[in-house]
Design a protein around this ligand. Structure first.
Ligand SMILES: Cc1cc2nc3c(=O)[nH]c(=O)nc-3n(C[C@H](O)[C@H](O)[C@H](O)COP(=O)(O)O)c2cc1C
Length: 470
């Protein structure tokens, strides 16, 4: 997987792996950004509403570790205008290479940053917002599915949003929301993402600034323990929803006696933390952590230990790299077909009714496009409420795609835009193609794929449940 990493993201961000640390406010400080960067990923400092002095301190701390490529995240809609101006001035003065923006779209700010040569990354919850970000000059968009931890911009599950955003813009798209495992990277990539954004999974890192209480709560939780709520609202636009671990406060069982009364539940360096504030428990806080916003995405069930960020990233990449189904057979076949002494030439493909190398490449382009269309269809139907974004059939299908794409990489780019196909069309295509393939391994691999599609995708699709109330 790593050697097939999409190069546009790697060159734009200047990292080795297409893994991006979300700019989590409070949580993603210099220690975590540096650790992610040293492990080959790319990190954003979460600086929402932070004073310029803290931004400067954290940027300098990252640079002291010898890291030049990193970013800062700010959120205009959740920040007082004057403070926002100061934040932007500080970012420009420090020549921060990348800025991640989120929430209400601010085209003027995007232009100001891009004019200064900054790589602007916009996190969006819809294809329309992605197109607006692209038009304003953003270099990368993050498609955030409603499975994400923290503030959730849209209402669309990642499996449906991601293909729509990929189709809407020609700039690189990163996937976010509930992603925590290697097969999430494989599946998001197969659906057109050029990398993934990790929030919750890296909040559980030793280097994150989240309080131990929050990290321990992550270890015990499953996806179904998360929920979307607008209960935690102080300092954010009205109605903004967050995904948190369920708690008495999140469930609406605890509130102040009078609606407008602010109740102090904690403290950070003399600053009160109020009930219903969007602050999550940090190392620097004391107080009633269980009553604070315990952000978590639906990938939380995959977190079983607090580990160094490098271990989390290493494990994810290793899992993504494990031999995709059918990959070896496809790779051997592709190598053989590319060989100048290939026996097909000697035997004359036309005579035995077999396909020539060029025809096989054409067929593979078509096949990969059909597989991707089937994946979009299957993934869109596997969506479930408060669950990780990708179901088992999508993940298996994505592995097949990854295996074939590793042998025919040029076919993937050419095959992106095939509209929906049913499993039957693919089976027919495979049925006609397999007997005409000269290579035994490829015939076997594709026969296995055909049998798998027959067993798992040809069944009537269950009606997709409504994901989340808007
Ligand atoms: C603790 C926490 C804090 C977050 N804070 C921010 C933030 O300040 N700015 C932002 O753009 N996104 C923020 N997010 C959302 C992330 O950008 C991203 O969409 C999300 O983490 C992806 O889902 P995941 O947590 O399931 O990986 C936060 C997420 C979490 C979990």
């Amino acid at each position: 997987m790593t050697d097939r990493a999409p190069s546009r993201i790697l060159s734009l961000l200047g990292c080795r792996h297409p893994l991006v640390l979300a700019g989590m406010g409070g949580v993603a400080r210099s220690e975590l950004v540096a650790a992610v960067s040293e492990a080959g990923g790319f990190g954003f400092l979460g600086m929402v509403r932070e004073p310029p002095a803290l931004i400067r301190r954290e940027v300098e701390a990252v640079r002291r570790r010898g890291i030049e490529r990193f970013g800062v995240n700010i959120i205009p809609a959740a920040t007082d205008r004057l403070l926002l101006e100061q934040q932007v001035d500080t970012i420009l003065e420090l020549e921060v290479p990348a800025v991640a923006l989120f929430w209400d779209f601010d085209a003027a700010l995007v232009r100001r940053l891009t004019d200064a040569g900054i790589c602007v990354v916009y996190q969006v919850g819809s294809a329309a917002e992605a197109a607006a970000a692209r038009d304003a000059g953003a270099a990368i968009v993050i498609a955030q599915g409603c499975e994400a931890g923290g503030h959730v911009r849209g209402t669309i599950p990642l499996a449906r949003l991601l293909p729509d955003v990929v189709a809407a813009v020609d700039i690189p798209v990163l996937a976010a929301g509930g992603l925590a495992r290697g097969d999430d990277l494989v599946t998001a990539t197969a659906l057109g993402a050029e990398g993934v954004v990790l929030g919750t999974a890296l909040m559980a890192a030793e280097e994150s600034f989240a309080h131990q209480y929050h990290k321990q709560r992550l270890l015990l939780a499953a996806a179904s323990d998360t929920l979307l709520t607008d209960t935690f609202h102080i300092n954010w636009p009205i109605g903004a929803r967050v995904r948190v671990l369920s708690s008495a406060v999140a469930a609406g069982e605890r509130g102040p006696d009078a609606p407008d009364r602010r109740v102090v539940i904690g403290e950070e360096d003399g600053r009160p933390i109020y009930l219903f504030s969007t602050d999550s428990p940090l190392r620097s806080m004391t107080g009633d952590f269980e009553s604070m916003a315990l952000y978590a995405g639906t990938g939380v069930g995959s977190i079983s230990a607090i580990r160094p960020a490098a271990d989390i990233i290493g494990a994810l990449l290793a899992e993504a790299d494990t031999a995709p189904i059918g990959a070896a057979a496809a790779r051997d076949a592709a190598n053989e077909l590319a060989s100048p002494v290939c026996y097909i030439g000697e035997m004359s493909g036309a005579y035995v009714g077999q396909l020539e190398a060029g025809e096989i490449a054409e067929e593979m382009t078509k096949l990969l496009g059909e597989l991707q269309a089937l994946l979009r269809n299957v993934a869109g139907h596997e969506v479930a409420r408060n669950a990780p974004p990708f179901g088992p059939r999508s993940k298996a299908l994505a592995r097949w795609l990854a295996g074939l794409a590793s042998a025919w990489p040029q076919s993937v780019a050419a095959s992106q835009h095939i509209e929906a196909v049913g499993a039957g069309i693919l089976q027919d295509h495979l049925g006609r193609l397999i007997p005409r393939l000269p290579d035994n391994d490829l015939r076997t691999g594709l026969s296995e794929l055909r049998a798998w599609i027959n067993d798992t995708c040809d069944q009537p699709q269950p009606q997709a449940p409504t994901p989340e109330p808007a």
